[in-house]
Design a protein around this ligand. Structure first.
Ligand code: ADP
Ligand code: MG
Length: 550
């Protein structure tokens, strides 16, 4: 019997980012679980005894034969790459042949393994150098059980440098969750001190797995999209929390994985945050999991030893694709129009109150040719548009839907027009003057406490309250804040009657916005009552005879 595990040639070792990979409980778990995944396991059982500095990972993977067990723990021994060119063809999680060796030097290491198709397995104990000190035949199921005991016993400084065991267990949980997100088809069973701690069940897709991890989220709050890149092996798997349904108060749930491993990629994170900008309430952050599958020659894993940072080729290309994919998921389309609504949202929506005023709704019709999935049926309380589609009924709040339309138009073409008669403003502070200059308005002193503004944003052109609107814009914030304020001010007020054609026009314009779900302040714009929930509510499945007591 021979082994596929070999010691890497020295020149390859030099190419690999060296460094201690085992610096915590979580790192032990990560390395062992990654080995199990590389071995093709579908079921991984992780047991932890933090007080004893002991970890065990058992899997149903391909196992190791007798020769493999001789070789596996020697420094730089791996079955995953052999020569330096292989560094550009990495399809496994491991490749450095360092983890088991480091574990042997830092702890007592024991491996039990039985390869698929053999009748018996072996139990092997290793010394600090990775050599076998004891071996026995063992009756176990095919697969591998690695036990690490007395971790860091020979370097007390390392133990002392670590946070308390509660925090370490939190880190372990986090790492297992991250791995599960990247491998949703695997079962993870986790034990702590001989008691079952948590389990992550396999799911058909990562979107279906996330509610096990973010328990407050319901499957309907998420949207999953897989974007295959034509003529390549690449694809993007994206799960977003719909901005009208869920968001976080910390920026802690934008996660990015590449080829099966969670990584840090500040460039892509930034892209995600900016695509969600102005779709969420103030100080709220998106829920987003992005998994890129790219050809292995596009990634250099040797940026840091824990492989959490990488060099990714053509990062701008991926930024563009990710933006497209997120926009696609947020948009309203035939595919996602059938969404069920959770009743708690209804009361949230009904809390929204708006001051009344008289406004003329004029539509600027550019998007007429675009398809509409919704038909305006009626206006309710001069505030909501009732719309129907084959799958149900929607209520759309007129003011914020219009606000979204105007806001996107403003962003797309922010035009400043000169005015014949300057607009005179009184008693501005130096800050206000500066602010108006910052958004590119021409403003100059016009006498004592008076200023003249000689150009205005196009949207204010035919309005009587231009001075008021300019004052509002002078109260600070960047251009974007000014655009939000302007859109809000210009949008049709609640309380304004609308005709059917006007409502239909607004619906068409709104459906074609990039972010139709929320207004630029992050408030939800529509409430959907789908046929399936209506029929459930009206008990349409009841047999007539039974419900009539016959
Ligand atoms: P690497 O994962 O970088 O190859 P490791 O030190 O983690 O290095 O593992 C060394 C080798 O031991 C692996 O290449 C693999 O062949 C074998 N091995 C480790 N863990 C397992 C396992 N759970 N099942 C099967 N083989 C394993
Ligand atoms: Mg490994």
């Amino acid at each position: 019997m021979t082994s596929t595990i070999q010691t890497l040639p020295t020149e390859v070792v030099y190419l690999i980012t060296a460094g201690e990979v085992i610096d915590s409980f979580a790192a032990v778990v990560r390395e062992l679980v990654e080995n199990s995944l590389d071995a093709g396991a579908t079921r991984i059982v992780i047991s932890l005894w933090p007080q004893h500095w002991k970890v065990r990972v058992a899997d149903n993977g391909c196992g190791m034969n007798w020769d493999d067990l001789q070789q596996a723990v020697i420094a730089h021994s791996t079955s995953k790459i052999y020569v330096s060119e292989d560094l550009w063809k990495i399809t496994s999680l491991g490749f450095r042949g360092e983890a088991l060796h480091s574990l042997a030097t830092l702890a007592d290491l024991e491996i039990l393994s039985r390869p698929m198709g053999e009748y018996e397995g072996w139990q092997v104990f290793y010394n600090d150098a990775g050599e076998i000190i004891e071996q026995k035949v063992a009756a176990i199921a095919p697969g591998t059980v690695v036990t690490v005991n007395n971790l860091f016993a020979n370097c007390p400084a390392r133990r002392q440098g670590l946070p308390n065991s509660n925090q370490q267990m939190k880190a372990v949980q986090l790492i297992i969750q991250q791995i599960a997100l990247c491998h949703p088809q695997i079962t993870f069973q986790v034990w702590q001190n001989d008691k079952q701690w948590f389990t992550i069940c396999p799911a058909a897709s990562v979107g279906k797995l996330i509610p096990q991890i973010l328990t407050q989220i319901k499957p309907g709050d998420l949207k999953e999209e897989v974007l295959e890149i034509p003529d390549s092996e690449s694809k993007i798997t994206l799960v977003i929390g719909l901005p009208d349904r869920c968001h976080r108060h910390r920026p802690d749930w934008v996660k990015i994985a590449i080829n099966g491993r969670m990584i840090k990629c500040p460039e892509l994170e930034q892209t995600i945050f900016s695509v969600f900008h102005k779709t969420l309430p103030r100080d709220r952050y998106p829920v987003c999991f992005l998994h890129l599958t790219v050809s292995p020659d596009q990634i250099n894993w040797n940026r840091n030893p824990s492989k959490t940072e990488i060099y990714l080729h053509e990062v701008e290309y991926w930024q563009e694709k990710v933006t497209e994919a997120i926009n696609q998921s947020i948009r309203i389309s035939e595919a996602n129009i059938k969404e069920s609504i959770h009743t708690s949202r209804v009361s949230d929506l009904l809390k929204v109150a708006e001051s009344k005023g008289s406004y003329n709704f004029k539509s600027t019709t550019e998007n007429n040719q675009n398809q509409s999935y919704l038909t305006a049926v009626a206006q309710v309380n001069k505030m909501y548009i009732v719309a129907e589609h084959p799958g149900g009924i929607w209520l759309i709040e007129q003011h914020i839907a219009h606000e979204r339309v105007l806001y996107e138009r403003l962003c797309d073409n922010w035009k400043i027009l000169p005015v014949e008669t300057p607009i005179i403003l009184y008693q501005l502070s130096p800050n206000q003057v500066e602010q108006l200059q910052r958004i590119n308005l021409d403003i100059e002193p016009f006498g004592e406490q008076l200023w003249a503004v000689r150009n205005i944003p196009e949207m204010l052109k035919n309005r009587e309250d231009i001075a008021e609107a300019l004052l509002e814009l002078s109260w600070g914030g960047d251009l974007q804040t000014a655009q939000v304020a302007l859109a809000c001010r210009s949008a049709i007020r609640n309380g304004t009657p609308m005709t059917l054609p006007e409502m239909q026009q607004l619906l068409n314009d709104w459906q074609n916005t990039r972010n139709p779900r929320t207004c630029p302040h992050g408030r939800p714009i529509y409430l959907s009552l789908e046929e399936s929930s209506l029929s459930r509510f009206f008990r349409r499945h009841w047999v007539i005879g039974k419900s009539h007591g016959i």
